[in-house]
Design a protein around this ligand. Sequence first.
Ligand SMILES: Nc1nc2c(c(=O)[nH]1)N[C@@H](CN(C=O)c1ccc(C(=O)N[C@@H](CCC(=O)O)C(=O)O)cc1)CN2
Ligand code: MG
Length: 337
Amino acid sequence: MFHFSIKHIFKFTLTPSRFLVKHSVRAVHKQNNILYGKPIAERILNRCKNECEQFNEQYHRRPKLVAILVGGNESSKLYVRNKQRIAEHVGIGFQTINHLMHIAPSNLIDTINRLNNDDTVDGIILQLPLPLHLVDKTEKFIDAIRSDKDVDGHTTSNYNSYRQTSIPPITIPVVAAVREILLEINEPLQGKDVVIIGRSKYVGTPLALMLSQSTTDSKSSLISGATVTICHRDTHLNNLTWYCKNADIVISAVGRAKVVQHRMIKEGAVVIDVGISKSWTDKTVTSKKVFVGDVDFDEVKRVARWITPVPGGVGPITVACLVSNLLELARQRQKNK
Ligand SMILES: Nc1nc2c(c(=O)[nH]1)N[C@@H](CN(C=O)c1ccc(C(=O)N[C@@H](CCC(=O)O)C(=O)O)cc1)CN2
Ligand SMILES: [Mg+2]
């Protein structure tokens, strides 16, 4: 079986834990109370690599993913480059379509329609956020993507099947990443109190749906059956602290540094950091901008039982789950031909 070099596929800084990967994968997932995402991502990608080879043997073509990038947002460009590197490493064909920031809405719809009708394309990503003048039409553009090519699971049609069947065709990659983390922790979520900070359509709300679903078996009790509270911009700060302090699991997805402080966390709680933003390292002239999560990591890790870091926590698993979704969509499309 093919073995990934994590160093190779994940360009971002590696924790020393990777040096232990060969000897004890499980020990590396959880060091002290820190739950790293890269070994989990590696496991998913190893499976994807095998599945991609099987797909190629069976259908004599490579699955293909296309990302649409509008404007020159540097972080978005980096994320798309990461997706490309990881998808290609697994054996998936990848193309990026770059549009200028001031593209007319009708031209963007044309691009989506062209990809919808291109039989060689299995999945379409519309990289978010869109430039300001298009932001209020985000849902319209996303819903223009054919649901059987909706690799991000962002379309209203996918969202509705999620709500109605609880078995969506595709799970939104970041939601799937949180699921992987909870499976790794391997403790029943059923009956626990979860606080999600952030109510976005693509992260907070679908996460709440997944975690509060009724459980069907012992595996699903690890990721559902919880009492879920969603906190958001309108939640009074004092109440936010109260809700968090009483929660067994806190999941933050707002993209603002240090929203979650250690005084808000109950001793022994699980803290999953889904947020990502850029922050200066310090106030000196040599300061640089780095990716940070929502959680005041160094402080919170002293009280939390499990905590995910940023970078190196939820993010890498999210990309692996995206790749896994693409393979699922490609197989479904081939079967339906
Ligand atoms: N169409 C989409 N747009 C956006 C999504 C998405 O899932 N679909 N999510 C985010 C951006 N994003 C993927 O697109 C993303 C962001 C960050 C990471 C990640 O792995 N981050 C690293 C740190 C960054 C680095 O060092 O490269 C980490 O957390 O370790 C993955 C995916 C908004 N837009
Ligand atoms: Mg992360």
